[in-house]
Design a protein around this ligand. Structure first.
Ligand code: ADP
Ligand code: MG
Length: 756
């Protein structure tokens, strides 16, 4: 036991056979992966990361040795760090404050769990003794050994009263596509809220019946018979109604605000979650403005649900409450009002189609406007440089004209509708007035003056629900369109279907392409055809070829950015399609020709928000990338702010920061795609001089059209129109590849002529 529950780090050997034991019963692939990660884990792990690794193993997930080692290097591994680490491996972990009874319950639940011991230690909970007097615990550093019984006093002397438990892994619930069902589900979450809104509205609508009835009493009783007592009662009722209306009105508005805010929150969460899951491909094919304007439609849906739709439902309730009272007062007048109401409904329904068409045109025109606006903003440098402000301006003018035209058409249609509705709406009012008076005068029916007044007021309340109900009917199609717009983005197939994550091997960097053929969607010629090559881990691979020959495409396939290729792309023998994408990309450092730096300090940019990256590692990465010398000359050093578009840095400085950012996680594979092409010769020389150092201990893929920087590469692939025409070292290629020789002589003509 003393040896078992070791607080703090001790001399540890983590032998491979024990790893095996943990993974007994897994399929061969995972066993193979264990073997690979074994190399990393032969080194010492701190107790808490080790415990997390065992727990993940219990949940059927093999954690990356590299990540666990990085975690072990931290001076203190707290629960949040463990939870983040678990989340990175696709597991959900929770921190718990534990008392003895909780720990017992946890032990009986069988969930993978650890308790945190003093001095950075940890113990795994393996079970509880039958009488509940002791917990069965394992040492995370020797998980293969028999568990040890620990009693309460003993544990409470060692532990911190906290634990970390893994939530059971659900086969990720299939996510509903965004649409009517999704919305209904979202509303259902707040069912109580909507129910209370409805109660408040129901009472309010009943209250609206009272004032006309009170008016009736006032005319027929109080005025006619001078009944003071009735007046007192009416006055008291009025006071009561005012109080009720104040309170219920407030409650209804408050609940509506809460409901729409919650719905908003849900929609917004969904929007970002789905956007981040979309493949790069989607963004390359869709103008940003289009995505933005489509997503904007979600707000119309939200507004409709909590606004017109809800109001229409309430109005219908009011109608249901009013109609019986009206019929009680006068049957012929009620039929008159209902008849006009029916015509009104038909008029509105007849406008459904034209309104729908007009709305569709507005949406399309506004989208085009948004696309132009965003494009202009994003490309403002180019617009200025090419002095095409005029062209962009006139494009905007055309969009604007379209938008205004469609908007005025829509307004025209709805104006016509309202105009046509007016006679019927007013007809209800004046009609009942005149018809009712005529009935009073001619003695037809048993109508009193007060009853007529009451009826006239009530009849006014009939028109507006009818109009709002019919408007909702036509808005339905409107909202259906808004839904379709939004779901074109939100239901676009994600990079990987939810819940399908793939394997997370610990990568070393051997790359192999086997008969890879790939065409971009819609392209006529394949960007890669039948490309096969294999390079061992730790190589420096050069990719050369004319522009458009497929160099970047190879790097994109390596990042899993494009699917739909035929053949096999393997990293360490594992096919890309089987790999977890997030895991894969964490293992890649990528530097492009033009890199996006986020707004923030240099230090933040290099660490890119990753919590496990210490300042020391940031500095080391900057040194490796040759960025240290210029950062130290900046007045605020690593704390210098970088603004959007990084105008305060030169191209070479930006590039070196991007390289630092790519290597700060120490990835086993580094991809430099024309990373030095846009640099001035001095910056390029700095980066190239560092290439050897950058390449130490990892595989580096360098795409460059400057062959001089590839002379030392272990192997160079020569591409031409998507085909791999030759592979070899510089010397071999100069001798054997006409394309390479041509590129080389082109670039070295001056040098060669001098040497002749
Ligand atoms: P290189 O990096 O060697 O200049 P690429 O790999 O970028 O060439 O491109 C290879 C071919 O694929 C080119 O013909 C190019 O037009 C096409 N291509 C590249 N990227 C895309 C893309 N995102 N969508 C469609 N076609 C593309
Ligand atoms: Mg390229």
């Amino acid at each position: 036991m003393d040896k078992g529950l070791r607080p703090g780090r001790g001399p540890v050997s983590f032998a491979l056979p024990q790893c095996r034991m943990l993974t007994d019963g897994y399929d061969g692939r995972q066993a193979a992966m264990n073997e690979m990660s074994g190399a990393v884990e032969a080194a010492a792990l701190a107790p808490r990361p080790a415990a997390l690794r065992v727990m993940a193993g219990q949940a059927g997930v093999v954690m990356e040795g590299r990540v666990l080692l990085a975690l072990s290097a931290a001076s203190e591994v707290d629960a949040p760090a463990l939870i983040r680490c678990a989340a990175d491996a696709g597991l959900e972990a929770k921190a718990l404050a534990l008392r003895w009874a909780d720990a017992l319950r946890l032990a009986r639940s069988g969930a993978p769990a650890m308790v945190l011991l003093k001095g950075n230690g940890a113990a795994l909970i393996a079970g509880a003794s039958a009488d509940g007097s002791a917990l069965l615990m394992r040492d995370p550093l020797e998980p293969g050994r028999e568990p040890i019984a620990v009693d309460r006093a003993r544990l409470e002397g060692l532990w911190l009263g906290a634990g970390v438990v893994l939530a059971p892994r659900h086969a990720a619930a299939p996510q509903l596509p965004f649409g009517v069902r999704w919305l209904m589900e979202a509303v259902r979450h707040d069912a109580a809220l909507f129910r209370n809104m409805a109660y408040a509205a129901l009472v309010l609508s009943v209250l609206t019946i009272l004032p006309p009835l009170m008016l009736m009493q006032l005319t027929d009783r109080v005025l006619l018979y001078q009944s003071w007592s009735t007046l007192t009662i009416l006055a008291l009722m009025a006071a009561g109604i005012i109080v009720f209306e104040c309170f219920l009105g407030w409650a209804q508005r408050h609940l509506t605000a809460v409901a729409s805010r919650r719905l908003d929150g849900r929609i917004n969460l969904l929007v970002m979650q789905r956007l981040l899951g979309l493949p790069l491909d989607y963004f390359e094919r869709t103008p940003t403005g289009e995505t933005q304007s489509r997503l904007f439609q979600t707000y119309r849906v939200r507004d409709f649900l909590t606004g017109p739709l809800f109001r229409a439902l309430l109005d219908t309730l009011t109608l249901v409450a009013i109609l019986p009272v009206m019929f009680l007062i006068s049957v012929p007048l009620s039929f008159f009002v209902l008849g006009l109401g029916l015509v009104l409904l038909l008029v509105v329904l007849a406008h459904t189609r034209p309104l729908q068409r007009a709305t569709a045109e507005v949406v399309v025109a506004d989208r085009a406007k948004a696309v132009t606006l965003i494009e202009t903003l994003q490309g403002i440098r180019t617009v200025k440089a090419l002095a095409i402000e005029g062209q962009q301006g006139s494009q905007w003018n055309r969009n604007l004209a379209d938008s205004m035209r469609t908007h005025s058409r829509l307004l025209g249609v709805s104006n016509q509708l309202q105009t046509l509705c007016t006679p019927f709406e007013r007809g209800m009012y004046f009609g009942t007035m005149i018809l009712g008076t005529w009935m009073l005068l001619s003695g037809n029916g048993s109508l009193s003056i007060g009853a007529l007044f009451a009826f006239i007021i009530l009849s006014q309340r009939v028109a507006s629900p009818l109009v709002s109900v019919s408007q909702v009917l036509h808005q339905f199609s409107d909202v259906k369109m808004a839904l379709a717009e939004a779901s074109a983005v939100l239901n676009h197939p994600p990079e990987r279907p939810a819940g399908q994550s793939g394997v997370r091997p610990s990568l070393r960097g051997a790359i192999a392409f086997e008969d890879v053929t790939f065409s971009y969607p819609g392209a006529l010629n394949p960007a890669l055809s039948d490309v096969s090559f294999a390079v061992p881990a730790g190589s420096v691979i050069g990719l050369v070829g004319r522009s458009g020959s497929g160099k970047s495409t190879i790097t994109r396939l390596l990042q899993g950015l494009n699917g739909g290729y035929s053949g096999l792309v393997k990293l360490d023998g594992i096919e890309m399609r089987e790999m977890d994408l997030a895991h894969l990309r964490r293992n890649l450092g990528v530097v492009l020709q033009d890199n996006f730096l986020f707004r923030g300090t240099i230090r933040d940019n290099v660490a890119a928000g990753r919590p496990d990256i210490t300042f020391e590692r940031v500095i080391a990465a900057c040194r490796l990338a040759g960025a240290e010398e210029f950062i130290e000359r900046l007045p605020r050093g690593y704390e210098t702010m970088i603004e959007e578009g990084s105008p305060n840095l030169s191209g070479g400085q930006k590039q070196r920061l991007a390289i630092a950012r790519a290597v700060v996680t120490d990835p086993p594979i580094l991809i430099l795609d024309e990373a030095t092409s846009a640099l001035d010769p001095e910056s390029e020389a700095v980066v190239n001089a560092n290439l050897r150092r950058l390449a130490r201990g990892r595989t580096v893929v360098v795409v460059s059209h400057r062959l001089s920087s590839l002379v030392d590469a272990d192997t160079i692939l020569v591409l031409d129109r998507g085909e791999l025409t030759a592979q070899g070292t510089h010397a071999e290629l100069v001798a054997a590849s006409p394309i390479y020789r041509q590129l080389w002589t082109q670039q070295n003509r001056v040098a060669q002529e001098l040497s002749r």
